[in-house]
Design a protein around this ligand. Structure first.
Ligand code: 0WD
Length: 255
């Protein structure tokens, strides 16, 4: 019997098999979870997610743009119909227009900021709102954040400001949903090579910094982030909420 035998959940933010969401999903599947997926609207996005979700027999593969409340509402309604109720939700989503993340934050546009904040931070509140409606027995909601929201990481620019808002959202949502026995947490991952990471500076430079600075003298692996994510979604972490768990080989403790 696995940690997730009989448990059901939805994962938002799989773009391909490099995605952090997929690393967590694989650990969830190893432990017996049943997982549904969302993808961004569009044939290309749907094909990418179906390629991963169909072979594992996912019963829910639904389009969802988190900029639209009606999409989020529909997905969790469908999840309720498909699974009866949910035990966990993984929110592994971030976006900023390239021009606005490549430039210094001081030069970022108002429109770009609105879009980035809406998709990368506000969406956690919206997802938690609709997900909680199909979590009558409580559950665990997890998002992915990065150290660039706590301290300045050159090159992370506007996304750092979005992650600061996301980190604060985790705490307020934990407070709001705690009475319903719904936990809300974040894993703060060290650099992982993914589609989204390719938009943020030079990955090899950043990863090299972890080799040089982190107490463990290396960067984390995708599997380690997946395992920590699975732990935060499981009952093993039943006493933890409002937490930002650093999975970064200790990088964040260094001065
Ligand atoms: O080093 C890294 N890769 C780290 C990532 C370190 C620490 C944290 N993170 C965070 C990211 O900021 C993000 O919040 O982890 C989360 C997942 O990122 P990822 O796995 O690195 O990125 P990726 O595989 O690109 O998935 C992000 C997905 C999108 O993929 P693409 O690349 O197609 O944009 O977020 C989704 C989309 O699937 N997404 C949306 N989903 C619904 N509605 C939207 C939207 N409007 N926009 C983006």
């Amino acid at each position: 019997m696995g940690l997730f035998t009989g448990k059901k959940g939805v994962v938002l933010g799989v773009a391909n098999d490099f995605s952090i969401a997929w690393a967590v999903t694989r650990k969830l599947l190893d432990e017996g979870a049943e997982v549904g997926f969302t993808h961004l609207p569009g044939d290309k996005m749907e094909r990418r997610v179906r390629k991963l979700a169909e072979p594992i027999g996912a019963k829910l593969i639904a389009s969802c743009d988190v900029q639209k409340d009606e999409d989020i509402a529909r997905v969790f309604e469908q999840a309720g119909e498909t699974y009866g109720k949910l035990d966990f939700v993984l929110h592994s989503i971030a976006f900023a227009p390239l021009d606005d993340i490549k430039c210094a934050f001081v030069d970022a546009s108002r429109e770009g900021f609105k879009t980035a904040m809406e998709i990368s931070a506000y969406s956690l509140a919206a997802v938690s709102r609709y997900a909680s409606k199909v979590m009558p027995d409580g559950g665990s909601i997890l998002t992915l954040t990065y150290y660039g929201g706590e301290k300045v990481v050159p090159g992370y620019n506007m996304m750092g400001v979005c992650k600061a808002a996301l980190d604060a959202s985790v705490k307020y949502l934990a407070y709001d949903l705690g009475p319903k026995n719904i936990r809300v947490n974040a894993v703060s991952a060290g650099p992982v090579k993914t589609l989204a990471a390719s938009a943020v500076g030079d990955f090899d430079d950043l990863s090299g910094l972890y080799d040089a600075v982190a107490p463990m003298q290396r960067n984390i692996t995708r599997e380690e982030v997946g395992a920590a994510g699975m732990f935060m979604l499981s009952d093993l972490s039943s006493g933890i909420t409002g937490e930002i768990l650093h999975v970064d080989c200790g990088y964040n403790v260094m001065g």
